[in-house]
Design a protein around this ligand. Sequence first.
Ligand SMILES: Nc1nc2c(c(=O)[nH]1)N[C@H]1C(S)=C(S)[C@@H](COP(=O)(O)O)O[C@H]1N2
Ligand SMILES: [Mo]
Length: 410
Amino acid sequence: MSMAPGRRDLLRLLTAAPLAATALGTAGPARAATAPSTTALSATRAAVPAVAPGIEKPLPGDVFTIRGTNAETRFPALSHTGNLTPASLFFVRNHTRSPILDENDWRLTVWGGGLRGGPVHFGYGELRSMPSVTRTAVIECAGNGRSLFTTQQGEEVSGTSWTMGAIGAARWRGVRLRDVLHRAGLTSAAVDVMPRGLDDDFVTGGENLGRVRRPLPVAKALDDVILAYEMNGEPLPYDHGFPVRVVVPAWIGIASVKWVGDIEVSDTPLASPWNTRFYRLFGPGHPPGGSAPLTRQTIKSALELPWEERVPAGTPLRLTGRAWSAAAPIRRVDVSTDGGARWHPARLHDAPRRHGWTRWSAEWTPRSAGPATLLSRATDLRGNVQPVRAAHNTQGYLFDAVVRHPVTVV
Ligand SMILES: Nc1nc2c(c(=O)[nH]1)N[C@H]1C(S)=C(S)[C@@H](COP(=O)(O)O)O[C@H]1N2
Ligand SMILES: [Mo]
């Protein structure tokens, strides 16, 4: 089912010639040799394209911070965007590298003991001809905000040092996973389904964990999950799962498997390293074997302002940002410009909505020169409010605390 490496590299050359250099493991002359600083955001930054091994799309330095095989969206870059994140600004989280697949060679195999028979195959054209749905959903990494466990709470965590930009919102079009499962002969005995990506095996610490895959309970699979082939009205870009990815609304990003090649449907519970070792809460305060596998994302808000921005005293400033919650639409956002002593309601620019984010703004005239700390605190319609502190866990998942954003008034 997967293509031989030679063929894949050839396709890569043919379809993405100017960007193929990283895929072949050589430094291409057209690409910058060094990535920009991966430290805190800074107001002065050249728009130098950076290189992340295995990412196909351009990664301008004023839009992305490269973190290993991943690219984080700089929050200030979102201030020019609306409710949807253009694919060119959407963060990329790759365990290995983006495979370049050909939709004509691609097919989806659905198999396992939870089906009447099988395996059953679906071609790209076949999926495209099935009834489609379009829905807005954010994809947000479970580790979004992870670095703040350390910088804000003084706690040690492992994993990619995201700030707040491992998130994007898009309009996804595709078929309901439910329809595909029913066509494949789903039985009432099925308990878990496990989509698996066609990207390379993930090798960590010398151990091969196989291809990215994570079980999904049948109840969620039959609810609102889609097999998406379009993002914001265009075919999926290579980096975001072309030709087809899973989109699991409200759940942590790992559930939304990119480049899906097969889906196991099982009548017994399934396991993979992505629901046993990773994506549970470990550490003091959590059960010895870790919490239950993580499902839903949490609540957050962030300013579209460079970290440690210098702002002039006496000049009115419009602070803008975004807030989002996987549990319910955002009801309010409060802002403090004095380190959390006094709070004022921000103005919301989007009607309360499920599965998207809410833009907000607040006016501020900085008074006295010196360091200041800006905070925003989101509340959703279920009454979830961002706490002062996020619950520590060794892998730094589900950071939800109010972010303390440093600026200097000059
Ligand atoms: N096949 C495959 N699917 C994957 C991943 C991956 O590395 N391989 N990364 C996951 C993780 S951890 C996240 S957060 C999201 C990121 O989606 P994006 O790169 O489109 O933003 O994809 C998920 N799906
Ligand atoms: Mo992730």
